[in-house]
Design a binder for this molecule. Structure first.
Ligand SMILES: Cc1ncc(COP(=O)(O)O)c(C=O)c1O
Length: 407
């Protein structure tokens, strides 16, 4: 069965049952809501014993996620950060060193700086789009190079192939947080990375109905060790959340490609807008990054996240957020609904201001997660909110309180 599934095209693989169907089996994988499993005797070879260790619904998701990258079953977690924490606890000991992209999800930075570093692991944050900086940061003590590409929220693109080579020279592993593109648009293992890391909470679930995380690797011994850490710390995904994620997976390619098509249109429209200072989108990065993006993506899509800065007046961001109607203000990406986030006060609030600003997360930066709505209606909504943000407000005595700077 697994061999058969691995030979199918990507889209078809997303719809294959996790295990061969018997006569009368349900089409949809059942949710097995049981904390424990019966044994006939103390000596038992039963597949499942206790749901902190394994569960049939979670198993089904793990098989499905592994398939997407021609890998053995993944290890699923309660959240994306639980997956990252298990990875760090599995790979790192006091005295070890990690090189991490400086433009990663704020929670990744917080986990490394405030939880892992105090355990005696040193961490260096570098611009992973600059290969020389990474080469210089890696030492004989480096065990892990952790990157996010495109990075959050400025969508810089790092070269997975080149970074894998640098990591491997020192016998370190390269892990790629592939949450934004997923295996539909980027296959890190295919490009030489050792580990793909996911917050399935985002595009894979896709409907904002569950939390989850996953680690995918072809290294069986590493999978074993990660599974052991998950059992020890108790961070497995719940059967219900695994089930909603499995349901989401069935439409992932369709959703992500359509959302990415809309994102390209919106990014181009924003780029031409006089009240927009800068648009961050993988297709608009420097020539070098554009070339890298083109050679490591699975199609001509760049994902469905677009970030931008308003030229805007004082309080422009607040005015924009009050005026926007079709984009929900949320700390999230990857839903079927369009969303907007203010990274400086939301996803990256725990990252020091200087660190934040060094990677382009200014107070004026907004991140859009493009959903499945009609593109012309999304653009009309952005237009009215940007115009409102740029509007001149007069005080009672006629003074201009804030005004738009023309683009
Ligand atoms: C790129 C990325 N990685 C990891 C995470 C953490 O995932 P979770 O919220 O499921 O813990 C997030 C969450 O926003 C994310 O955007």
């Amino acid at each position: 069965m697994e061999h058969h599934a691995h030979n199918l095209s990507f889209d078809t693989r997303c719809l294959q049952p996790p295990w061969p169907r018997d006569d009368g089996d349900p089409l949809v994988t059942p949710i097995v809501h049981s904390s424990t499993f019966h044994r006939q005797s103390v000596i038992s070879n039963a597949r499942h014993a206790y749901s902190r260790v394994s569960n049939p619904t979670v198993d089904a998701l793990e098989t499905a996620l592994g398939r997407l990258e021609s890998a053995p079953p993944a290890v699923s977690f309660a959240t994306g950060l639980a997956a990252e924490a298990a990875l760090f606890l599995t790979l790192l000991k006091p005295g070890n060193h990690v090189v991490c992209g400086r433009a990663c999800y704020g929670g990744t930075t917080r986990l490394l700086e405030q939880v892992i570093q105090p355990l005696g692991v040193s961490v260096t944050f570098v611009d992973t789009t600059q290969i020389d900086q990474v080469r210089q940061a890696v030492t004989p003590f480096t065990k892990l190079l952790f990157i996010e590409t495109p990075a959050n929220p400025t969508l810089e693109v790092s070269d997975i192939r080149a970074l894998a080579e640098i990591a491997h020279v020192q016998n370190a592993l390269l892990a790629v947080d592939n949450t934004f593109l997923t295996a539909v648009l980027q296959q890190p293992l295919q490009l030489g990375a050792d580990i793909s890391v996911y917050s399935t909470t985002k595009y894979i679930d896709g409907h904002s109905s569950s939390l989850g995380g996953a680690i995918v690797t072809r290294k069986e011994d590493l999978l074993e060790r990660i599974r052991f850490v998950r059992k020890c710390v108790g961070s497995i995904q719940s059967p219900f959340n695994a089930w909603t994620t499995l349901q989401g997976l069935k439409t992932l390619p369709l959703r992500l490609r359509r959302q990415s098509d809309t994102a390209i249109e919106i990014a181009r429209w924003l780029r031409d807008h006089p009240h927009v200072r800068k648009v961050y989108f993988p297709g608009f990065a420097s020539d070098v990054q554009q070339r890298v993006a083109t050679t490591q993506r699975e199609s001509n899509h760049n994902g469905a996240v677009v970030s931008f800065e308003l030229v805007s007046s004082e309080n422009g961001v607040q005015k924009f957020l009050r005026a926007i109607k079709l984009f929900a203000l949320c700390e999230h990406v990857g839903s079927v609904e369009s969303l907007v986030t203010h990274p400086a006060s939301m996803t990256h609030a725990d990252v020091a201001r200087d660190q934040r600003e060094a990677v382009g997360i200014s107070d004026g930066l907004l991140r859009l997660s493009i959903g499945l709505e009609d593109v012309s209606e999304l653009i009309a909504d952005l237009e009215q909110a940007i115009t409102t943000a740029a509007s001149v407000v007069h005080t009672n005595n006629g003074e201009v309180q804030s005004c738009a700077v023309s683009g």
